[in-house]
Design a protein around this ligand. Structure first.
Ligand code: ADP
Ligand code: ZN
Length: 655
């Protein structure tokens, strides 16, 4: 395909068409991208980042997960080769699994990449070194340890290094959520490789992390590119957790056969939910830090190979996952911060296709987080006592606890509020939110069209204020001496031994809300705590007491809004029914193409997405190309894959 006849921006990231918009790049670069990757447009900032890479100007690229950072350091080595430069580019990556997958993907596209890591045999490493010397490798992936290992710089120096890209660069910063000591050592790079340009990439938007990366790496006059943090293809939903198991089934029913990650707070919970889902005939497994590393990598491998649909995990399941077609990320508990939420939900829909992020939260989660924090703070303090640490160390500990509390509160505010989720997230990261036009979706015309608030799914309980007053009254009438569960029993008129013994069955509030079930009532009470109308005492057996605001509400001086239990929604998302350009996606063909992809991946020992992405398969299932020429027009089909896979896929399409 020629660069001057290209279709304009279409993907969810709002690509720009190639052409005069990107004065920094010449046509040969676009030909590379077209030929190797089969992409006909660039995403925002990719052109600028690629231009800096080619020019050898230090850069820091901040893009959300799925934004397309890899291309920014993969394209320049090809341009350098074309210009007769014999030096290689190096990419530092934190995990062997990530490196392996990237190299597999690049080689499937016919791109000269290789990696050196500790999971390889000596012979394999020798082969790579030989290939590098022979000029057969243009981009070499290494771990930070290897790059800094004694003697490696000398070897690299003898080969000649043009540029070094640092992937997941936030790992260098203590301010980030994923600090790695071995990454910290990368600050030696500037001195070890003078004259070599450095290019840092990260998805972490926080300004202190950004500044720290620039300072640690001693970047010189870096081009700093910060992408738009909105992920328009993600649909956010945040609901009170009333019956978690029932609610999660509601989500998963819309995603049978899709890849889904379910995040839980504890190991036990991951096991219980994975077991429950398996009983419900879902293909699910759990993943947590208490499992052996062999067990864990097996789960990860099966998930990547599309042999496992659902991973129920603690946050230990993270960076290594390189499956771009995760269609839903479900949180069974509130994450510790909006940063965590952004990072974890960011694993959905990296291929740019519509995907869903659902959070079920309850005030009980906040209580749990606080007790976890308290425990670990006590442990940390005991350690400091033991070490005889100075006042500064104690202050630092207190500061980090306080920061944690602020972050959790921010997350809680977002969850309990009813403001557009896209807007909230983007503004939290200090950017201005501009909704993209999205006529096909229902709801508020001024909203994002892709969150529960804008799609008007957030329902308030009928007569919220009255319901709240009845609950508050029950707390007062029972003497502010009980917890949520007991108060719920009183208002629903439960005939329990305790209620009878305490004589609460004769209270006017007894049975005042007998039409609601216990789970709903307990959740309403938690919502009142969240809104500051009730407080929970700090005792071993915490009890509910009215706050000043609570008294005002009880006297009828203010309105109280309570979220109603969510209705089950059957709406199936894009995947199957998606309309691709003017063509309807043929869902059964899409399934057959996925099967073919999985088989090919197994035979070749690579992850399926390395063969083709979901986006590419979906376009095939919509446009149904009939010839190699038509097949070549599909986004994601480069020269190598056309020759390699074209006929095989055409056969299935034409069946
Ligand atoms: P990141 O590293 O920023 O999370 P990746 O580099 O893995 O993102 O890219 C995410 C997905 O987007 C990949 O499937 C990649 O092939 C695809 N992609 C990247 N750039 C483009 C582009 N210009 N056009 C179409 N797809 C792209
Ligand atoms: Zn919205």
């Amino acid at each position: 395909m020629r660069t001057d006849s290209l279709i304009p921006a279409q993907d969810a990231h709002g690509s720009d068409a190639f052409g005069p918009d990107h004065p920094g790049l010449d046509a040969a670069v676009f030909d590379d991208i077209q030929r190797v990757w089969g992409f006909d447009t660039l995403r925002p900032l990719q052109a600028e980042a690629i231009a800096a890479g080619i020019a050898g100007r230090d850069s820091l690229v901040v893009m959300p997960t799925g934004g397309g950072k890899s291309l920014c350091y993969q394209v320049p080595p090809l341009a350098a080769a074309r210009a007769g430069d014999t030096r290689i580019d190096v990419c530092v990556s934190p995990l062997i699994a990530l490196m392996k997958d990237q190299v597999d993907g690049l080689r499937t596209n016919g791109y000269p990449a290789a990696s050196l890591h500790s999971g390889m045999t000596n012979e394999e490493r020798d082969d790579v070194r030989r290939a590098v010397r022979a000029g057969e490798v243009r981009l070499l992936f290494v771990s930070p340890e290897r790059l800094l290992a004694p003697g490696f710089d000398t070897w690299l120096g003898s080969v000649g290094v043009r540029a070094i890209a640092i992937d997941e660069a936030h790992c260098i910063s203590q301010w980030g959520h994923d600090f790695r000591p071995e990454y910290r050592q990368l600050k030696q790079l500037r001195r070890m490789f003078p004259g070599v340009s450095l290019h840092a990439c990260t998805a972490t938007a926080a300004p202190p992390v950004r500044d720290d990366i620039v300072a640690q790496l001693e970047l010189i006059d870096p081009l700093v590119l910060v992408g738009n943090f909105d992920r328009p293809n993600l649909i956010y939903r945040i609901e009170p957790r009333i019956d978690g198991r029932k609610q999660i089934l509601g989500v998963l029913e819309r995603h049978r056969g899709d890849a889904v990650i379910v995040y839980c707070m504890s190991r036990k919970e991951t096991e219980a939910i994975a077991e429950y889902l398996s009983k419900e005939k879902f293909n699910a497994a759990c993943y947590h830090a208490g499992m052996t590393s062999i067990q864990r990598s097996k789960v990860q491998e099966r998930f990547t190979a599309e042999k496992l649909d659902i991973v129920v995990a603690t946050v230990a399941f993270g960076m290594g996952i390189d499956r771009s077609n995760v269609r839903a990320v479900v949180h069974m508990t509130i994450p510790k911060s909006i940063e965590h939420y952004q990072q974890e939900t960011g694993r959905a829909g990296r291929d740019g296709l519509e995907s869903e992020c659902v959070l079920f939260h309850s005030y009980a989660d906040v209580v749990k987080w606080n007790s976890i924090t308290e425990r670990s703070t006590n442990e940390a303090r005991a350690r400091l006592d033991e070490e005889g640490a100075d006042a500064e160390a104690y202050e630092a500990l207190d500061a980090s606890v306080a920061q944690g509390r602020v972050q959790l509160e921010a997350m809680q505010r977002m969850a309990s509020g009813a403001v557009c989720r896209h807007r909230w997230l983007v503004e939290h990261f200090g950017q201005r939110y501009e909704p993209i036009a999205r006529e096909s979706r229902a709801g508020d015309a001024n909203g994002c069209g892709a969150c529960d608030v804008c799609m008007q799914e957030v329902r308030m309980a009928t007569d919220s204020t009255t319901v709240a007053r009845k609950l508050l009254s029950a707390v007062v009438r029972t003497g502010q001496r009980y917890g949520a569960s007991y108060v719920a029993d009183v208002v629903r008129g439960a005939e329990t031994e305790e209620v009878a013994r305490r004589g609460h069955a004769s209270l006017p509030t007894y049975g005042a809300l007998k039409d609601d079930d216990k789970k709903t009532l307990t959740n309403y009470i938690f919502q009142l705590v969240e809104r500051g109308l009730l407080a929970r005492t700090d005792d071993e057996h915490p009890v509910l007491v009215l706050t000043v605001e609570g008294h005002r509400a009880l006297r009828g001086e203010m309105e109280v809004a309570l979220r109603a239990p969510p209705r089950g929604r059957g709406r199936k998302h894009a995947t199957a029914a998606a309309v691709h350009g003017a063509h309807e996606v043929d869902a059964s063909l899409f399934d057959r193409l996925r099967t073919l992809r999985r088989e090919l991946a197994t035979t070749r020992g690579v992850p399926p997405y390395v063969i083709f992405s979901d986006a590419t398969l979906m376009e095939m299932a919509a446009r149904k190309p009939q010839s190699l020429n038509e097949f070549a027009e599909i986004k994601g089909v480069g020269e190598k894959k056309l020759a390699d896979l074209g006929l095989t896929f055409l056969r299935v399409i034409n069946e």
